[in-house]
Design a protein around this ligand. Structure first.
Ligand code: AHG
Ligand code: MN
Ligand code: MN
Length: 313
């Protein structure tokens, strides 16, 4: 059976071997691996097809599915016993949870189940994770050391970066994450655009940016799930996702800590960029775990074009 690796993976690279070859430090390798394993448990929960509301709301006033809560519990329990995590913050928790002894190195942020509103229509959903060293507050560029997302779709895939490129793995029938795309690189310019928010709520400068993309013949792809929408830009090597400032909500909808920082890290590691329209996402200080921000994320050309339109405002 080889060196403890099943015959199947002897011919391919599995997640643990990839991180070891990439020189990721041991504790971080084990933490990423443990989080990736929770993807199997969360997927099992999803396949129990319990799509009922839990009868609770999170601090954002959003109805929680029982799946939201069980995904959060699975993650928190797995991290509690990892021995590497000092604090856990999640979209489904009211506050930061001190799950370690107080001296652990890592701080983990989670959107345990992104796209809950899509579960009933069986569209792809995901889990978004940020891993920080020293603190999860402040600007992400100084704290985030790794990020990953798991997509629950026709395949279960996991995309991660520990600062040495962005890589995709597929969960195979043997229950192993096997490398499918190493060092994903965005082109300078893509052909896809994903538009969040309602047209009637967009600001004039955002509308002008969208009209520019439409005049250039971009293809609209928007599922309503941040994870599959971002995953599409990475796998198609370009394009732009926007959830902009809205007339009534200048900070837009998406959460800086739980959704935007991890995706910005992954996108930058793949040669892309992410901004709120002016500042890079990873340079925006997090003062409050529920902080929201407008987002323009994807290949450089489109993100810089957005910045140019918004600067005219
Ligand atoms: P969550 O299910 O974790 O609350 O996230 C939903 C988010 C994100 O997945 C997506 O990009 C956005 O909501 C879609 O918002 P709209 O329904 O307003 O388009
Ligand atoms: Mn979300
Ligand atoms: Mn969520």
């Amino acid at each position: 059976m080889g060196e403890g690796i099943s015959d199947y993976t002897k011919f391919c690279i599995d997640l643990r071997r990839h991180m070891w070859m990439a020189g990721v430090e041991m504790e971080l390798r084990r933490l990423i691996w443990q989080i990736a394993v929770t993807g199997k448990y969360i997927s099992a929960k999803i396949h129990e097809s319990n799509r009922k509301l839990a009868g609770f709301k999170n601090i954002y006033g959003e109805e929680q599915l029982s799946l939201d809560r069980s995904a959060d519990t699975i993650l928190k329990n797995q991290l509690q016993f990892s021995g590497f995590v000092r604090e856990y913050a999640s979209e489904e928790q009211d506050a930061v949870v001190h799950i370690g002894e107080g001296s652990e190195k890592y701080f983990v942020t989670a959107d345990p189940l992104d796209g809950s509103s899509l579960v009933d229509s069986n569209l792809s959903i995901g889990t978004i994770i940020g891993i920080h060293n020293g603190s999860m507050m402040g600007d992400g560029r100084n704290t985030i050391v790794a990020a990953l997302y798991i997509t629950y779709g026709p395949l279960i895939t996991m995309v991660y970066s520990a600062g040495k490129g962005t890589h995709e793995f597929v969960l195979n029938r043997e229950g192993e994450y096997v490398l499918s795309q190493e060092n994903i690189r965005l082109k300078k310019r893509g052909y896809i655009y994903c538009l969040g928010g309602l047209r009637k709520d967009w600001t004039q400068s955002h509308l002008q940016f969208v009209e520019y993309l439409e005049a250039e013949g971009y293809t609209l792809r928007y599922s309503g799930g941040f994870v599959p929408d971002i995953n599409q830009l990475l796998i198609k090597n370009g394009g732009v996702f926007t959830y902009p400032a809205l007339k009534k909500n200048p900070n837009g909808k998406l959460r800086l800590l739980f959704e935007l920082q991890p995706m910005a890290f992954l996108m930058e590691q793949a040669g892309g960029s992410a901004t709120d329209g002016k500042k890079n996402i990873l340079d925006i200080p997090v003062d409050d775990i529920g902080q929201r921000s407008p987002i323009y994320i994807g290949s450089h050309f489109e993100v810089e074009k957005a910045r140019a339109f918004l600067e005219k405002a």
